[in-house]
Design a protein around this ligand. Structure first.
Ligand code: SF4
Length: 192
């Protein structure tokens, strides 16, 4: 990945499996139709409501805008930013566990907004199905997580697909790219 800009959505993909980023790029938009399971499509639709401006028309709410962090060379979109409260919110269809990938995504959005001159005092993950809101401490208030975030970005920049073999069978079993993947563990790969 070297010095290319990293997409914010790739942080979560990388934690799940670094190889999945390459398949995502390879299949482009086609994977939405062919490979995504229902929960992933539901999640995308939740974001579509935001991007289409369904959620709010208040002027102090920014929805789905593109952001860029010069410091980390990260780019992507935010979900919701409330300028009055200086709050950044990332909505998910349903949050059962707060995975590191979720936290890294909102950190990336946070740093991008800061780099672009916005004030952000609070971060939230919002689970739409059960209407639960989880406050995520700012990176400066959770240094171990902040260091993990920076380490993940460094790992992404140094990652080489050629040397990679996925050793976690369970990940491959739940992966939409397994039928096409040659990095899959042998005993799983032989099924396809
Ligand atoms: S099938 Fe396994 S190795 Fe291939 S992308 Fe999915 S999780 Fe990674």
């Amino acid at each position: 990945m070297d010095d290319d800009a990293i997409l914010i959505t790739q942080l979560n993909d990388f934690i799940f499996c670094p190889a999945s980023i390459y398949f995502h790029q390879l299949y482009g938009g086609m994977d939405n139709m062919l490979f995504q399971d229902k929960s992933q499509i539901d999640g995308k639709n939740a974001h579509k409501a935001v991007e289409n401006g369904v959620y709010s028309s208040r002027k102090n709410i920014l929805q789905g805008i593109s952001v860029y962090s010069e410091k980390y060379n990260l780019m992507g979109k935010i979900d919701l930013y409330d300028g009055d409260k200086a709050e950044l919110i990332e909505r998910k269809k349903k949050i059962k566990t707060i995975y590191d990938g979720y936290v890294f995504q909102i950190y990336a959005q946070f740093f991008a907004l800061i780099d672009m001159g916005y004030k952000v005092d609070k971060l939230f993950l919002y689970s739409m199905d059960d209407n639960k809101k989880y406050e995520i401490p700012l990176p400066c208030d959770n240094l171990p997580m902040f260091h993990k975030f920076e380490q993940t970005i460094m790992d992404m920049r140094n990652f080489k697909l050629d040397n990679f073999v996925q050793t976690n069978i369970q990940k491959c079993e739940h992966c939409i790219y397994a039928p096409a993947c040659d990095r899959v563990q042998n005993d799983i790969g032989q099924r396809y």
